[in-house]
Design a binder for this molecule. Structure first.
Ligand code: ZN
Length: 244
């Protein structure tokens, strides 16, 4: 494969260049959750030339996943999401190293895994997992991209975890919030998941290569019924049990 040609649409970008593409080729990303957001993010990260991707999901594929989890096909029903994701991603880019983990990880196992990658994509669908991943990433100073999608709405959080005074996800969602509930129960429009998954991949790439003017932790909020987009800096909660 001619990488110069393959990634020429990236390297022609004004603020990108071959050096940035080489950075992506040397980078490792952990994707936690291979559902509506993680499966889409994983496709773009693989095709964009991330060198090593690890996908974690213990869940199996069911029929209600198929409209938005477009890596999966009807033949995959009942199979593990991480294993099928690995198989499909290798078809997209045979030069990438793709790892899959098909079991539920303990906090210690998750911490070990996170410590070995450059950045984490949290595409889980429940608050308990999100808070655990946030705490680990904050404590070991690992950049974290979080996504959530429900109905026609989506959130993308970029948590740099580089400065001591950074805010974190726990500052926003320390108690149950309906926007972070499982999307299955509330319904979700399939392309909304696609858009949020793509945004997560884009934030991940920009963070890895340093194309990002805003050094603050941000939350981008999308109302895709009315096409309204808002980005705010995540305020620090002085009573946060993780970052304060
Ligand atoms: Zn916090």
């Amino acid at each position: 494969m001619d990488n110069q040609l393959r990634y020429s649409s990236h390297t022609r970008l004004e603020d990108f260049g071959e050096q940035s593409q080489n950075t992506l080729l040397r980078s490792s990303v952990l994707i936690i959750g291979a559902g509506g957001l993680g499966s889409i993010a994983s496709i773009y990260l693989t095709t964009s030339g991330i060198g090593q991707i690890t996908v974690v999901d213990f869940d199996t594929i069911d029929e209600s996943n198929l409209p938005r989890q477009i890596l999966f096909k009807a033949d995959d029903l009942g199979k593990n999401k991480a294993l099928i994701t690995k198989k499909r991603l290798m078809e997209y880019n045979s030069e990438a190293i793709i790892n899959s983990i098909d079991k539920k990880l303990s906090e210690d196992e998750m911490k070990k895994l996170i410590s070995h990658v450059d950045i984490v994509i949290d595409a889980t669908d429940n608050l308990e997992s999100r808070l655990m991943i946030n705490k680990i990433c904050y404590n070991i100073k690992k950049p974290l991209i979080v996504g959530a999608a429900i109905r026609y709405e989506g959130h993308v959080l970029k948590l740099n975890n580089t400065k001591d005074h950074n805010s974190c996800l726990n500052c926003l969602y320390s108690s149950s919030d309906e926007n972070l509930e499982n999307c299955e129960g509330n319904g979700i429009m399939s392309p909304v998941a696609g858009m949020i998954g793509s945004m997560m991949a884009n934030e991940c790439i920009k963070t890895l290569i340093g194309i990002n003017n805003n050094k603050e932790n941000t939350i981008s909020i999308f109302d895709l019924k009315n096409n309204i987009y808002q980005r705010i800096n995540i305020p620090k909660n002085k009573k946060c049990s993780v970052c304060s």
